[in-house]
Design a protein around this ligand. Structure first.
Ligand SMILES: [Zn+2]
Length: 271
């Protein structure tokens, strides 16, 4: 793969969600929990009942600022939360409270990877798809546990500075160690307190221009992240080698089968 087509290089950026180790949720006084009986940590605020008002968790903001300081980010003198509207059963309010144009922290770096931004938001509830085993009235059923809904998250977005699956895995381990040392999260991937999305594109080696990227969603183990990124790079290489073009889409990597499938077009993106 040297002359005609030229060599391709992968360009990878990561979006990492970290559950903050606060005592209570992002905007209410419900206790954080993992493994407690479903729907035992809810209140009018995190269930989005009419008339309830969110109040930001000071400790979560403090943790967000600690992350920004550790990454050498610029801390915002003033920061704002927005409603990100979308409809899904894991979101009782019909919107997620997140930060959009005025995030808590901008810029910085960890090792050789630049940080784009760090912002705070709340987690969605947990949906479990029972499939055929949980049929209700003849339909496949899903159940929802609102305990996780409203858990404080820090979202750390990198610049596209990574070039391989192995490098992404290594860097993510460095980030996990850094967050653990700061004491802002238990960064336990098995319990979902560290989750990672990867934006992946290919371009001619040495080029400055970015190719069309795809987004691999919600990978929650280092092994799956590296395997998923590797599989997506291979898929794009094959597509381009066959004369095709990459389309921007959100993808899911199935670690069991190794398959990559399209999730959805960005219906929830711009509101
Ligand atoms: Zn609550």
């Amino acid at each position: 793969m040297s002359e005609q087509g030229g060599e391709l290089e992968a360009v990878i950026g990561l979006e990492i969600h970290i559950q903050l180790a606060t005592a209570t949720k992002m905007f209410c006084s419900c206790a954080l929990s993992f493994g407690d009986p479903p729907n035992t940590h809810t209140c009018p605020v995190c269930l989005g009942l009419p008339g309830s008002l969110p109040v930001a968790n000071a400790r979560a903001v403090h943790f967000g600022l600690m992350i920004g300081l550790a990454l050498g980010s610029e801390l915002a003198p003033r920061s704002i939360f927005h409603r990100k509207n979308y409809f899904y059963p894991d979101l009782p309010k019909g919107y997620q409270i997140s930060q959009y144009d005025e995030p808590l922290c901008r810029g910085g770096h960890l090792g050789e990877v630049r940080i784009h931004r760090v912002h705070l938001e709340e987690d969605a509830a947990k949906l479990t798809h029972l499939g055929a085993s949980g049929r209700i009235h003849g339909s496949d059923a899903s159940i929802v546990d609102f305990n996780r809904g409203g858990t404080p998250l820090a979202e750390i977005v990198t610049e596209p500075d990574l070039r391989s699956a192995e490098q992404a895995g290594e860097w993510l381990k460095l980030l996990r160690t850094t967050m653990r040392r700061l004491g802002v999260s238990d960064v336990n991937m098995e319990e979902g307190s560290l989750r990672c999305d990867a934006n992946i594109s290919l371009r001619a080696a040495g080029s400055e221009q970015l190719g069309v990227k795809t987004e691999l969603k919600n990978m929650n183990s280092f092994r799956f992240i590296e395997r998923g990124i590797r599989a997506e790079i291979a898929r794009q290489q094959k597509l381009i080698a066959g004369g095709g073009t990459v389309t921007q889409e959100t993808l899911h990597f199935d670690p069991a089968s190794g398959a990559i499938t399209s999730l959805r077009s960005k219906e929830e993106a711009h509101d």
